[in-house]
Design a protein around this ligand. Structure first.
Ligand code: NAD
Length: 491
């Protein structure tokens, strides 16, 4: 039996003991995960530094903090998320218990990507544990230092049978994908997304696919350009452009293109100095394959800012490209690197057309002082998320479902959404054995009279909460009338 098969089997038999069902167990594991994140900060930062040349504080801000927030949120709300949820009833079930009971799915496979190697692997794990599942984690082999650290350190904190880390590359992932899971949570590109979905289909396993795409960023002429460009510069060049929700390209009118380029250039200097290569807060491309891929995307465009590179360090300077059209090389695929092309359009109408002619992106960004124009973008485009007047920060709002649509992904997570995604929402109805007379309306013979009663009983929804409130008002009213008659009226 292969190592991958063994890990899945152990997780399944452990899950089948029912150990993950009590909330106390899930809370204990979440607390251990929190302990791991806080005690092992420096191991995490070291690994990310080796993988992506990210600074320690950068890792804290972009990987660890979000993870801590998700764990704390789950710890605080788990009892409420996992509790039975009473629902509206019809007259036929008014005296019965009718509720939704979230229950664990079983064994979840989490396949992570390399760009935020800890966040994209462990954030889904938070929801998997909270929902009472076992989870097999497969970190990306591309961020090999993080994968090794995860494999070595995480089992020192979490239950080893229920939450194993399996490392390896394509063959190992494919071996895992042959196994039967109850959910597959994949983060990565959509070529592999198709393979994952195909493998899942053989077992009828549901999937969440967190993918990317080309997220457009429309800058309206009527906006605060220095602020807009500073925020775009941050969103684009963080992690050297290797962020799924980074603005991929800018759309703006030709009349503001010059100022946009100038302001972005100014912000690059403000954030990363005149020499980003020596700046601690500017990272590197993950490997030579991606370095070559990103460099080749510049072909045919004009370098307006940056453009310098050093293959030996996988360094590409923050770069702005002009002279770009929809047909340029850089517009053919998700850039996933520090190149920011500017495509000119005649105005918002053309921007909307440009966006809608392409696959649905993970995010549509719009910068404008005109709230009507922003509402127009909300109404006339479609994407995983829409963010106006900023970049990336919607990721930090746990209440917002994070995920794509169409080619940018399916399913969503973060906060309660991860719990919901990795739970089965089971419908439960516990009927009274009394009141059999009422049930006569559904038993044969199906007379006209019974049918009209059935219509009333089945189609009338009852809001039990409202009914209880009305009852309370009636009781209070009766009590007030009694007090009035008995004690006050005589005086
Ligand atoms: P990657 O190369 O690390 O691949 C992701 C995972 O797929 C890895 O664990 C890898 O082992 C596995 N894999 C690769 N090839 C495979 C194959 N042939 N068969 C089976 N498994 C295979 O990461 P990537 O795809 O380069 O990641 C970048 C992409 O991920 C970008 O498109 C980015 O936008 C997207 N992304 C999305 C999110 C999100 O939350 N939506 C987050 C991060 C990255």
């Amino acid at each position: 039996m292969s190592r991958e098969q063994q890990a899945v089997q152990r997780a399944r038999s452990s899950f089948q003991t029912g150990r993950t069902k009590p909330l106390e167990f899930r809370i204990q594991q979440l607390k251990k995960l929190l302990l791991f994140v806080t005690e092992r900060r420096s191991n995490i930062a070291d690994a990310v530094k080796k993988d992506l040349a990210k600074s320690e504080n950068g890792t804290e801000l972009f990987e660890v903090m979000g993870l801590e927030g998700e764990i704390l949120l789950a710890l605080e709300n788990l009892s409420q998320w996992a509790a039975p949820r009473p629902v509206e009833k019809n007259l036929l079930t008014v005296a019965d218990e009718v509720f939704i009971q979230p229950e664990p799915l079983g064994v979840v496979l989490i396949i992570g990507a390399w760009n935020y190697p800890w966040a994209v692997t462990l954030q889904p794990l938070v929801g998997a544990i909270a929902a009472g599942n076992a989870a097999v984690m497969k970190p990306s082999e591309v961020s090999c230092h993080s994968a090794r650290a995860m494999e070595e350190l995480l089992p020192q904190y979490l239950d080893q049978d229920l939450y194993p880390v399996v490392t390896g590359g394509v063959p190992e992932t494919q071996e895992l994908l042959k196994q039967r899971f109850d959910h597959i949570f994949y983060t990565g590109n959509n070529t592999v997304g198709r393979l994952v979905m195909g493998a899942a289909a053989l077992h009828l396993t549901p999937v969440t696919l967190e993918m990317g795409g080309k997220s457009p960023c429309y800058i309206d002429r009527n906006s605060d350009l220095p602020v807009a460009c500073r925020r775009i510069t941050w969103g684009k060049f963080t992690n050297c452009g290797q962020t799924c929700i980074a603005p991929d390209y800018i759309l703006c009118e030709p009349s503001i293109q010059g100022r946009v380029v100038e302001e972005i250039s100014r912000s690059i200097r403000e954030f990363y100095t005149d020499d980003p290569k020596t700046c601690e807060d500017y990272g590197r491309i993950i490997n030579q394959r991606h370095f070559k891929r990103v460099m080749a995307l510049m072909e045919g465009s004009t370098v307006a800012v940056g453009g310098q590179s050093d293959e030996s360090q996988c360094y590409i300077a923050p770069t702005v490209l002009t002279g770009v059209t929809g047909a340029s090389t850089v517009m053919r695929e998700e850039i996933f690197g520090p190149l920011l092309p500017v495509v000119t359009v005649s105005g918002v109408d053309e921007a909307v057309r440009f966006i809608n002619q392409r696959e649905k992106p993970l995010v549509v960004y719009v910068f404008s002082s005109d709230s009507q124009l922003i509402r127009r973008m909300v109404a006339d485009t479609s994407s995983g998320a829409l963010l106006a007047n900023d970049c990336l920060v919607h990721f930090t709002v746990s209440a917002l479902p994070f995920g794509g649509v169409g080619h940018s992904g399916m399913g969503c997570y973060h906060g309660r959404h991860t719990f919901e995604r990795l739970s089965h929402l089971r419908s439960c109805l516990v009927k009274q054995l009394r009141m059999e007379g009422l049930n006569g309306v559904r038993y044969p013979p199906h007379t006209d009279r019974k049918l009209s009663w059935a219509r009333l009983l089945l189609l009338k929804q009852v809001d039990v909460g409202r009914l209880q409130r009305l009852l309370a008002v009636a009781v209070l009213g009766g009590l007030a009338a009694f007090v009035w008659r008995r004690f006050l009226r005589r005086r």
